[in-house]
Design a protein around this ligand. Sequence first.
Ligand code: NAD
Length: 484
Amino acid sequence: MAGELIEKKMLIGGELVDAIGGGRLESINPANEELIGYVPDAGKEDVEQAVVAAEKAAPGWGALSVGERAAYMRKVAEKLRAKAGEILEVEVKDTGNTIAKMRADVASAHKALDYYAGLGTEIKGATIPASAKNLHMTLREPYGVVGRIIPFNHPIKFAANALSAPLMAGNCVVLKPPEQSPLSAGFMAEICQEVLPPGVVNIVTGNGPSTGDAIVRHPRIKRLGFTGSVPTGMAIQRSAAEIAVKHVSLELGGKNPLIAFPDNDPEEIARVAVGGMNFAWQGQSCGSTSRLLLHESLYDRVLAKVVERVSALRLGDPLDEQTQMGPINSKRHYERVMAMIEAGKQDGARLVAGGKRPAGDYFRRGYWVEPTVFAEVNPKMRIATQEIFGPVLSVFKWKDEEEALELANSTDYGLTASIWTNDLNTALRAARRVKSGYVWINGASGHFYGTPFGGMRNSGLGNEEGIEELLSYTENKTIHILLK
Ligand code: NAD
């Protein structure tokens, strides 16, 4: 496949199509800046067609039994599994994420489809004894057409995730993949075209402010599910509110603390701190523990070991099984990461690892940044408060538990937190006080289907990966039956 350009289409109303206006978006391999393929650049008129197709399909899809919808979804999951090898290579080239880690991402992309396919009969209403003369009951109904917009870091996995709960709940979907890494969504479009009735899933590729905004502002899409950055999430809430009363759920960014209490082995904390940064994704993971909060008794030893581990990470061709870190996903994002590294230096943090483009011929082209560690970070610095979404770890020192929790809660974010201690009381005290929606005690990074994932504060609204997400794609209707 080397050298061949990959051209993918959109899926609208059961047809694989180009954009009506004929525009295309280029997809660039961030490891070497080579063009690897194209997808259509959808305009407002393409989005309109996708919505019309979804509206046409929605009554039929919603009228199927949950078992019938589940069977369709399991078929999509099966085809996705079968194509995992082919998708993997494209996904690695398109994102820059390392193949060794990306393999599991692609291989598990089908999981959400299977999980929600099995949850259909949990879309339950209730009977409520509100009066003696009536039977009061609730029904959960689909919205009809759902819009979903996803970011660049796990393109195929997020595409599958974004379809699963809305489809099981009986909705049809208009999905917009990320413009920086859009190719794997083309595989999803092909699979859905083969398996699903026309219009049930529509995939429109394009940029955020055009294609994405057309979805957000479409007056007949009342339910929007967004995963991406805080500024975009806020823009989406504003735009949606200008058009109609919409249910918008948001899975946004994080600036997640890893709090290490004094009873830890420095070697273990260094290992989990580096693991929690997800360097195989260049730190481009919403749940990355990008703020390491070390008790003063651990600080020097852990910092030295973190620097050792980070400096030993093998950067290189993301398609090489031995590579441990690839390039930043896009030029624009690379420039932002570099600007944040500059901000760290200007604000007085001590750069102890990385901070620049790696040396060597291979790294001359592409969006390469060394894995970077700043020490002596304080909560006033920009690298302490703003999400970098890159391979940059900020290390803080604290003296007592109160200070640790103040530091942990000193940003506007609240996605994940990782607490390390063997003292159950300390762990639970910290877990209850930390303002994050997803908390690991003696763990980091893991996601567990069935448990609600979502952010507090500016990190989001709503929960995914469990029954809550499924129910959030339904509306309650209450019926009162007078018993004569
Ligand atoms: P982004 O917000 O720039 O873009 C995300 C998506 O929104 C893209 O598809 C983009 O085209 C679209 N978009 C951009 N502007 C839009 C607009 N005005 N209207 C409608 N759509 C628009 O985010 P990104 O850079 O692609 O991804 C990184 C961010 O995503 C980070 O902040 C990261 O933490 C977050 N993220 C969160 C989760 C989570 O589950 N909480 C998971 C992954 C990534």
